[in-house]
Design a protein around this ligand. Structure first.
Ligand SMILES: Cc1cc2nc3c(=O)[nH]c(=O)nc-3n(C[C@H](O)[C@H](O)[C@H](O)COP(=O)(O)OP(=O)(O)OC[C@H]3O[C@@H](n4cnc5c(N)ncnc54)[C@H](O)[C@@H]3O)c2cc1C
Length: 495
C-alpha cells in the first residue's frame, strides 16, 4: 500500500509538535493533524482587549536537567529564553509570605502554629526517608501521612498544595506526588535515553526556518527567540543536581531553582518548536481525526471528519488517551477499561486586565491562596510589561474546578474569592477573560491509571501527559516524547 507519510501525529499541542519535531529530525516525513483552527493546545498565548494572556498560568520546571532542556539542546533550532521564575508566595491575611521550599524555611513559616510546623516537618522527613529507601508511596494518600493533630488552616494548606500538584484533593493525591512535584526528589534524568535516540539524527535534517506564520494565531508574530548557537541558555549545566541527595535537598533545597517563565509568554515555547520544524513536516488544522484505521492489527492511517484519508506507517495519537476508543474499533476490552480509568481534572483560569499596577501584585513569580476556593495566580506582565498597555497590569488566577458544581457557580465563586483575597482589585478591572481547560490528560491519583506509549495496535503509539507519570505539564509532555523516541527506536522506526 502507498504511504503518504512515515508518521502521522494526531493533535498539535506541545506533545504533538515535539513529537513531530523529533520524528522529522530523524528523517520521517510527518503529517500533524489538529482539530482546532490553531496549533498549540494548552501551550499558547493570545491577546484579549490589548492584554496578552497565556492558556493558564505557567511555570516551566526542570530546566537544568529535565527532558525539555534535553529536547531543546538536541532538536531545537531556536530556543525560548527563560526569565528566572521568581518566588512562590502564600497570600495570607493581606500579606504575601514566601512559600517554604525546604525544612529550614518551613520552620520559619509562621502562618501556622509552631506545633503544626514540627508535626509536618516530622511527617515529611519520615515519608521522604521511606521513599528514599524504596517504599512505594504511589498508593498512599497524602491525608494518611498528615498528622491528625494539625490546625484547620494547615489542613487546608496541604489540601491546596495537593490540588495544585495533582489536580485532586489530599484524599486522592499520593504522597509520592508531593515528594516528586515539590522537587525534593529529582526525576530520573534521561540523558542516556536521549543520547541513544540522538544517534539516529540525520545530519542534513536541521533545515532553516520555514514560514509557518499562517499557522500561528494572528498575534503570535514576535520574532523567534535566540539561536542556540548564539546565546547561552539561561540555566546551568547538566548534572548539577545529581550529587544532591533527596534528604539534603529537603533541608536546603530551593524549589525555584531551574524554573522559568518564557520571555514573550507561553507562545514563545510554541514558536520555538514551530520554527525549528524542518520542511518534511506538514500541518493541517481544523480537521478532527475521527478514525484510525488498521489492517491485521497494524495501523495504516487516519480519516478525518471531513472525509480525508491519510496513510502512514506510524500513527502517534496525542489527544486524550481515554478518547482513543472513539477513533478505533478493534481495541481489546481490558485495554479500553484501563483507558476509561484515567482521571482528569478541569481548571478555570480568570485573566484580569487592570487599569493600573497594584502594589499587592508587585512581584515576579506566583502566589497561592489556600482558603475556601484555592487559586494559583501570576501577574505575568511583571515579567514583560508589553503584555499590558502602558501603566497597566495583567494577572491570571487558576482554579481547579469543583466537579460537583456547575460552570456558572464555579466562575462566580472564583470571582468572589479573588475579590476577597485582594480587596479593591474589582475597582481596577478593565478586561475579564475566562478559560476552562484540562491541564493534564491524567491526574496523578492513588487510583487512576496512565496509558502506555505502546498500544495493542502495532505502530500506533500514544504521547502526552497521560502517558508518563513523571513531573508535570510541559515537562511531563516532554518526558513522554523522549519515551516515545525510545520506543520508536526499539521498534525500528527511527531512520
Ligand atoms: C491552567 C493551567 C495551568 C498549567 N500550568 C502549568 C505549569 O505551570 N507548568 C507546566 O509545565 N504546565 C502547565 N500546564 C499544563 C500544560 O500546559 C499542558 O500539560 C500541556 O500544554 C499539554 O500539552 P499536550 O500537547 O499534551 O495536550 P494539549 O495541549 O491538550 O494538546 C492536545 C491537542 O490535540 C488536539 N486533538 C485532540 N484530539 C484530536 C483529534 N481527534 N484530532 C485532531 N486533533 C486532536 C487538541 O485539539 C489539542 O490541540 C497548565 C495547564 C493549564 C490548563
Amino acid at each position: 500500500m502507498d504511504r503518504d507519510y512515515n508518521s502521522i501525529i494526531v493533535g498539535a499541542g506541545i506533545s504533538g509538535l515535539l513529537s513531530a519535531l523529533v520524528l522529522s529530525k530523524h528523517g520521517h516525513k510527518v503529517l500533524v493533524i489538529e482539530k482546532e483552527q490553531e496549533v498549540g493546545g494548552n501551550c499558547n498565548s493570545y491577546e484579549v482587549d490589548g492584554f496578552q494572556v497565556d492558556t493558564g498560568v505557567h511555570a516551566i520546571t526542570h530546566l537544568c536537567v529535565g527532558p525539555l532542556k534535553m529536547l531543546m539542546d538536541n532538536y531545537f533550532n531556536y530556543l525560548p529564553v527563560f526569565e528566572s521564575y521568581g518566588h512562590y508566595y502564600v497570600r495570607y491575611k493581606n500579606r504575601l509570605v514566601k512559600f517554604p521550599s525546604n525544612l529550614k524555611e518551613f520552620a520559619r513559616f509562621d502562618i501556622f502554629p509552631k506545633r503544626d510546623r514540627v508535626a509536618i516537618s516530622q511527617s515529611l522527613t519520615r515519608s521522604l526517608t521511606q521513599f528514599t529507601f524504596g517504599s512505594d508511596l504511589s498508593k498512599t494518600p497524602v491525608y494518611n501521612a498528615v498528622p491528625k493533630t494539625i490546625s484547620k488552616d494547615c489542613y487546608e494548606f496541604i489540601d491546596t498544595v495537593s490540588y495544585f500538584l495533582s489536580g485532586k484533593s489530599m484524599y486522592e493525591t499520593p504522597v509520592e506526588r508531593v515528594l516528586m512535584g515539590s522537587d525534593f526528589v529529582c526525576d530520573s534524568t534521561i540523558k542516556e535515553e536521549i543520547e541513544q535516540s540522538l544517534n539516529h539524527i540525520s545530519e542534513d535534517s536541521n533545515n532553516d526556518k520555514k514560514d509557518r506564520n499562517s499557522l500561528l494565531p494572528t498575534n503570535v508574530d514576535i520574532p523567534f527567540q535566540f539561536n542556540r548557537d548564539g546565546v547561552p541558555f539561561l540555566f546551568g549545566s547538566l548534572n548539577l543536581l545529581d550529587s544532591i541527595s533527596s534528604l539534603s535537598k529537603l533541608a536546603t533545597n530551593n524549589v525555584n531553582f531551574c524554573q522559568g517563565y518564557p520571555r514573550g509568554g507561553l507562545k514563545s515555547i510554541l514558536n520555538s518548536v514551530l520554527y525549528s520544524l524542518p520542511d518534511n513536516v506538514d500541518i493541517i488544522t481544523g480537521e478532527e481525526v475521527n478514525t484510525i484505521f488498521t489492517g491485521n492489527n497494524v495501523v495504516e492511517g487516519v480519516e478525518t471528519a471531513n472525509g480525508n484519508v491519510y496513510r502512514s506507517d506510524v500513527v502517534v495519537y496525542t489527544g486524550m488517551a481515554r478518547d482513543l476508543p472513539r477513533t478505533i474499533d478493534n481495541l481489546p476490552s481490558r485495554y479500553k477499561s484501563k483507558l476509561e480509568n484515567i482521571k482528569i481534572s478541569k481548571s478555570l483560569t480568570i485573566w484580569l486586565g487592570l487599569s493600573q499596577k497594584m502594589d499587592e501584585l508587585n512581584y515576579c513569580g506566583s502566589e497561592v491562596w489556600f482558603k475556601n476556593k484555592p487559586y494559583w495566580a501570576m501577574p505575568t506582565s511583571n515579567y514583560d510589561s508589553s503584555f499590558a498597555p502602558e501603566g497597566k497590569q495583567v494577572v491570571g488566577f487558576s482554579f481547579i474546578m469543583d466537579e460537583y458544581s456547575d460552570t456558572k457557580s464555579n466562575i462566580e465563586n472564583a470571582y468572589k474569592t479573588i475579590y476577597n483575597a485582594i480587596p479593591g482589585i474589582e475597582n481596577y478591572i478593565e478586561m475579564k477573560h475566562e478559560q476552562i481547560t484540562i491541564p493534564e490528560k491524567a491526574a496523578i491519583t492513588t487510583t487512576g491509571n496512565f496509558a502506555d506509549i505502546k498500544t495493542p495496535i502495532k505502530n500506533l503509539y500514544l504521547a502526552g501527559t497521560d502517558t508518563d507519570r513523571r513531573s508535570m505539564g510541559i515537562t511531563r509532555a516532554a518526558y513522554s516524547v523522549v519515551e516515545l523516541l525510545k520506543v520508536l527506536g526499539d521498534d525500528g522506526h527511527l531512520i
